[in-house]
Design a protein around this ligand. Structure first.
Ligand SMILES: [Zn+2]
Length: 194
């Protein structure tokens, strides 16, 4: 027991870290290099007062940003911003951080699709490629080519604006994407299979 790692003040501009008890750092999840405050990366912390079970640069796997400077509430402790994802899930495609959850949120917004999708990442001629396979709902699936192409383009445009990289959208028949449980179920990263 003891103080929590962080708490939110009345200003709600990030979470104040209890720096007397926890030393926070942001690292790059792949290189493990420490990043300056203000840059996004994985939060790690070291306990300063725990005696029974101290933690040294404990990797939270949470991706966020640390902020310096006085908060509007008057406190001067380091604050952490909103957690934007898990480092386990993060894909780096053409140098851009991509989360399956970003793709999912776009798909969930469109009634044409089932919440079933797969990200296939590959590397062709030294360039990362991203294919997003998504199941079309039965009511929307058909042989009207114009309608299907429209659906595909709409999704591709939305994905590009959210991810900042273009993805090749592949429309799949209802029920064709394998239902599986567990981590990584939405990603096939062929770059790692070589
Ligand atoms: Zn504050």
């Amino acid at each position: 027991m003891g103080p929590g790692v962080s708490y939110e003040c009345e200003v709600q501009d990030g979470s104040h870290i209890n720096e007397d008890h926890f030393y926070p750092e942001i690292i790059h999840p792949d290189t493990l290099v420490q990043l300056p405050h203000g840059q996004q990366g994985e939060l790690v912390f070291t306990t300063l007062t725990k005696e029974g079970m101290p933690l040294l640069r404990y990797r939270t796997k949470d991706l966020c940003t640390l902020y310096d400077g006085q908060c509007a509430c008057g406190r001067t402790s380091v604050r952490m911003g909103r957690i934007i994802g898990r480092s386990d899930d993060m894909l780096i495609i053409r140098g851009i951080n991509v989360f399956p959850s970003q793709v999912e949120s776009v798909i969930l917004e469109m009634p044409e699709f089932e919440p079933q999708y797969m990200l296939v990442v590959d590397r062709v001629n030294n360039l990362d490629t991203l294919q997003v396979q998504v199941e079309v709902r039965r009511d929307f699936f058909g042989d009207d080519i114009g309608r299907m192409l429209n659906m595909k383009k709409t999704l591709a445009d939305k994905l590009k604006s959210v991810l900042s990289i273009s993805a090749d959208v592949k429309l799949m028949e209802p029920g064709s994407i394998e239902r599986s449980q567990g981590k990584g179920k939405h990603v096939i990263d062929k770059r790692k299979l070589v």
